[in-house]
Write a protein that binds this ligand. Structure first.
Ligand code: AHR
Length: 607
């Protein structure tokens, strides 16, 4: 029997409970939501070779450190053009993108590039074409390039025709057929190509992935990590000051936590605009002097990092009259961003030296002194200061996640409130299967029931490119053309969109393999139930404390599948999706039958 007291709510559902966590893992940013299509556009990804660039028409490629674009992009791609370059014989370079350049018909792309040559020559043709060079899908020209790099990149519009295919296997080429180019040298830097982006931001995000995130109605975005925040070493941390300003003045850095180059084109401002576009709020994680390899900075040596965090907060929130607020304005966003939560570090429980308490204190004191209203999140227990929230992470087997639905039920209600900043039931690759989704739904039901304690939660990791799945289980996956969502995405979407404002006390007796949460807003009652057993479950329901009655007709939204290992994939994205049907027979007492391996949300209306 599931007995629910509709008249005396236990507490309010935390209004900021569901959010998202993002870091550049599995090509989540580069080759993921950051819409740039050229891989290694800055030629900085390798010191030894121009990776992802190939010769076209017999040219010879090398990295030229004596021809920098600027201090940040301190080299360029040197293209020695063959003596046969001329009419009918083009030469130059091609880029293979992130496992190909995606093409769609009737689509407008924007190319930006810096180019110069050993003598004035032209035109330079920029094309999106088939990998064998046989078919050009779109192309545009720079009429002439001179012997010095211009101050700003050349900007070109390329448009595919109605007959262009849908393919992920194209390349971008930059070539010339000018006879004057024969035997000459071309230098290229910051060669960039963007498809249409969400809200048409010039340095923007992938439309399909943003749509999927916005559909979850997240209240916040925790960024930029995770391990990506820390880096393996201090030099490879997320150094936010290197991620602002014109993208061609950002040096980028090795994402050595996850094994690839980050141009940092997705930088601090882009994260903030992403949050703004989702109508969410940032949870800004600041580097706190500890790296994945175990370096930790203490005492006076920590002060520059504390100052970096203060400057970062000023960049986010400061007026245009402040030093860093002025830089934000110069970068195109005069309006300060709202900021309530700052997280100090990431997973500092790994720091065996025990330095976190003192590091947290240094950040806490400096930030609270200047910004007393900010809520500061600790990543592990500290004793010398009281954090506003503590970030706990849980990666669990599906069965453990199911059992953990009760984790917070008996918590000391007066202890520090919790932010579950990373969690997932892990089974399936690159996205969770139904077993994992049932674990996730059971766990999330427990978080909602206890959202007087757990004020915020976000699943992790969010994304995986199917071509670079270094972390097994992720919420959403994609290649360069299409994307799909996992059953866990749907389970979360169901539980967080069909959710009332108040948690109702509910007791379940003699109902094995069941996790529940019941919430209410006014006359609407949302009864979420997870049946993680392999048999259907008849659940007698009793609604106590009714002022009047319950409408007979209700709706049931159900996510289920043929087996626990059933899942969605790039080619079969719709195997597991929730379905909503009308049901009759609801009342003060009634029985509902939950399918095996299912998540159900019943929406009942009180009369
Ligand atoms: O989510 C993947 C990783 O798991 C995060 O980078 C880290 O914080 C955790 O260990």
């Amino acid at each position: 029997l599931l007995s629910v007291d509709v008249s005396t709510p236990a507490h309010a559902v935390s209004p900021i409970l569901p959010g998202l966590m993002f870091e550049d893992i599995n090509h989540s940013g580069e080759g993921g939501i950051y819409a740039e299509l050229v891989q290694n556009r800055s030629m900085m990804a390798s010191d030894t070779a121009p990776v992802h660039w190939s010769a076209v028409g017999g040219s010879t490629l090398s990295l030229d450190t004596s021809t920098p674009l600027n201090e940040a992009l301190n080299r360029s791609l040197k293209v020695a053009l063959p003596s046969g370059t001329g009419a009918g014989s083009r030469a130059g370079v091609s880029n293979d993108g992130f496992w190909g350049i995606p093409v769609r018909p009737r689509t407008t792309y924007t190319a930006r590039l810096f180019a110069k040559a050993s003598r004035r020559l032209g035109p330079l043709t920029v094309s999106i074409e088939s990998a064998d060079g046989g078919t050009v899908y779109a192309s545009a020209r720079v009429s002439f390039v001179g012997t010095t790099f211009p101050d700003r990149p050349y900007e070109l519009t390329l448009r595919t025709g109605a007959g262009a295919p849908v393919t992920g296997n194209a390349v971008l080429t930059v070539t010339t057929s000018d006879p004057k180019a024969a035997g000459e040298t071309l230098w290229l830097q910051h060669v960039s190509l963007f498809p249409p982006t969400h809200k048409n931001r010039p340095n923007g995000l992938r439309v399909d992935l943003m749509d999927k995130l916005i559909a979850l109605k997240p209240k916040f975005l925790r960024f930029p990590g995770g391990n990506f925040l820390e880096g393996n070493t201090i030099a490879t941390r997320f150094n936010w000051k290197n991620t602002i300003g014109p993208v061609w003045e950002r040096p980028g850095h090795m994402d050595d936590a996850w094994g690839y180059w980050s141009t940092d084109g997705l930088g601090l401002l882009e994260y903030l605009e992403w949050v703004e576009d989702m109508k969410a709020q940032p949870v800004l994680a600041v580097f706190a002097g500890y790296t994945l390899r175990g370096d930790h900075v203490t005492g006076d040596a920590l002060q520059p990092f504390v100052q970096d965090a203060l400057d970062e907060i000023e960049y986010v929130t400061g007026p245009v009259t402040s030093t860093w607020g002025a830089k934000r304005a110069a970068d195109g966003h005069p309006k300060p961003f709202p900021l309530e939560f700052v997280e100090i570090g990431n997973e500092d429980w790994f720091d065996g030296s025990g330095s976190y308490d003192a590091r947290f204190t240094a950040f806490y004191d400096a930030i609270k002194a200047k910004y007393p209203h900010l809520k500061l999140i600790a990543t592990t227990t500290v004793t010398s200061r009281t954090p506003d929230l503590i970030d706990e992470h849980y990666y669990l087997a599906p069965s453990a996640a199911q059992a953990a639905t009760h984790k917070y039920d008996n918590r000391d209600r007066s202890s520090t409130k919790v932010f579950v900043g990373e969690w997932a039931a892990q089974e399936g690759r690159p996205t969770p299967d139904l077993n994992a989704a049932l674990g996730d739904a059971s766990w999330l039901a427990g978080l909602i029931r206890n959202s007087d304690q757990v004020l915020m939660e976000c699943y992790a990791p969010l994304f995986s490119n199917v071509n670079n799945n270094v972390w097994a289980t992720n919420l959403i996956a994609y290649d360069n053309l299409t994307s799909y969502v996992s059953p866990s995405y749907w389970a979360q979407q169901m539980l967080t969109s069909k959710l009332g404002e108040l948690v109702l006390p509910a007791t379940a007796r003699a109902l094995p393999s069941l996790a529940t949460v019941v919430t209410r807003t006014g006359k609407h009652v949302y009864l979420a139930a997870v049946n993680y057993g392999t048999a259907k479950l008849a659940v007698p329901i009793e609604l106590r404390g009714l002022a009047r009655g319950v409408k007979k007709s209700a709706t049931a939204t159900v996510l289920t599948g043929p087996s626990g290992t059933a899942t969605n994939t790039l080619t079969e994205p719709m195997t597991l999706v929730p379905r909503t049907t009308g049901v009759t027979g609801a009342g003060g007492t009634f029985t509902t039958t939950l399918p095996p391996l299912s998540v159900t949300v019943l929406e009942l209306t009180l009369t």
